[in-house]
Design a protein around this ligand. Structure first.
Ligand code: SF4
Length: 350
């Protein structure tokens, strides 16, 4: 890799609790972000202010020398830094990743109440005490700060929670269409439910990209995500049919699907409505959901090789071949305990 990440000069991410950071993987501890949208008067001024200036200084020797960028330089093939390349340094804030709330309609096994409101009721069942106990949603005052910067952006990346479960995202999409129509709208959705108003609006937008969080097929999907695969499949087909936008599949690789990833590829081959071209999201937290903390290197190498050797030159699946094993008995025990509880929550076993 010879490129440099441009996000310190081009990007801003607002996470599911309103915390501001340079991107979604920069390892500022929670509680130590660049700021919170509620404390910032004006996002453009903030981008030009002291916090970002100090952050940029940490990149003077490149992102590979910045320990907080470990998730980009350590491994796992495709990096978030790579997605910064279309944005040019010294042309101002161009990329905004925005999460307007943690409101969600799924309770993925690999998620938490930080990002999914559905996990709030599950926390006591799993004895989780260090995650939010209330749903978070951006205030109207803070939302206006987002609308103010939309006219000059090159890409708005809408995340969740679940983007289609929060109607504030419809206002963002409308604002792009009306004030900055060539700005790319990227939506990262679980496709569990899409209100008609979104479909109607997106049909009229010029540049829409979408990704669908399909971690598995059928009942395995239902268990991992606490969702309904059949409904998701219908919604993906309907979304493509109505908007002409073909979502890319974006599975999160965990111990729950590492042996079943090929099924996603095979399913995609039967569909006109989705694209399969890369797998780059490797679950690392909670640690016992990370396949590398449960399986041996031989087990990982064999399952990836068996599933992908014949197609690895057609798609970007480098991340799978770079998973490093560090299995531990403690992580396996925690996984077993989690699974026993989740089997009861879901009402069936994986
Ligand atoms: S190198 Fe990666 S972690 Fe660092 S700022 Fe860029 S995208 Fe974020």
């Amino acid at each position: 890799m010879s490129f440099e990440c441009t996000f310190p000069w081009t990007g801003m991410t607002i996470d599911p609790q309103g915390q501001i950071n340079v991107c979604c993987t920069y390892r500022n501890k929670r509680g130590e972000p660049l700021g919170n949208i509620s404390d910032v008067e004006d996002l453009e001024e903030f981008f030009l202010g002291d916090s970002y200036t100090k952050l940029r200084a940490d990149f003077k020797d490149g992102f590979r020398k910045n320990p907080k960028c470990a998730s980009c330089w350590k491994s796992y093939g495709t990096t978030v830094a790579h997605s910064s390349l279309p944005f040019k340094k010294f042309e101002g804030l161009q990329y905004l990743e925005i999460t307007t709330s943690n409101v969600c309609n799924q309770s993925c096994a690999t998620c938490s109440s930080y990002a999914s409101s559905q996990w709030i009721k599950l926390n006591p069942i799993f004895n989780i005490t260090d995650q939010p106990t209330k749903a978070w949603s951006i205030s109207d005052k803070d939302f206006d700060k987002i609308l103010k910067i939309i006219p000059t952006l090159k890409m708005v990346h809408i995340k969740g929670g679940e983007p289609f479960a929060d109607m504030k995202n419809l206002k963002i999409i409308k604002a792009v269409r009306e004030t900055n129509p060539w700005c790319i709208i990227q939506i990262c959705s679980n496709f569990q439910m899409i209100p008609e108003a979104f479909i109607k609006e997106l049909k009229h937008c010029k540049r829409v990209h979408a990704s669908a969080s399909v971690d598995a097929i059928g009942k395995r999907f239902d268990w991992i995500r606490g969702g309904d695969f059949k409904q998701v499949e219908y919604n993906i087909d309907n979304f493509f049919g109505r908007t002409g936008v073909k979502p890319s599949l974006a599975p999160c690789v965990s111990i729950y699907n590492i042996h079943h990833l090929r099924e996603i590829y095979d399913w995609a081959q039967t569909k006109k409505s989705v694209k399969f071209y890369e797998i780059s999201n490797i679950v690392k937290w909670p640690m016992y959901h990370c396949a590398g903390n449960i399986l041996t290197q031989e087990e990982i190498d064999k399952t990836i090789s068996d599933q992908f050797d014949d197609i690895k030159h057609e798609f970007n699946v480098d991340a799978l071949y770079n998973i490093k094993a560090q299995p531990s008995i403690s992580q396996r025990n925690q996984l077993k305990s989690f699974n026993d509880t989740m089997n009861k929550v879901r009402g069936f076993s994986l």
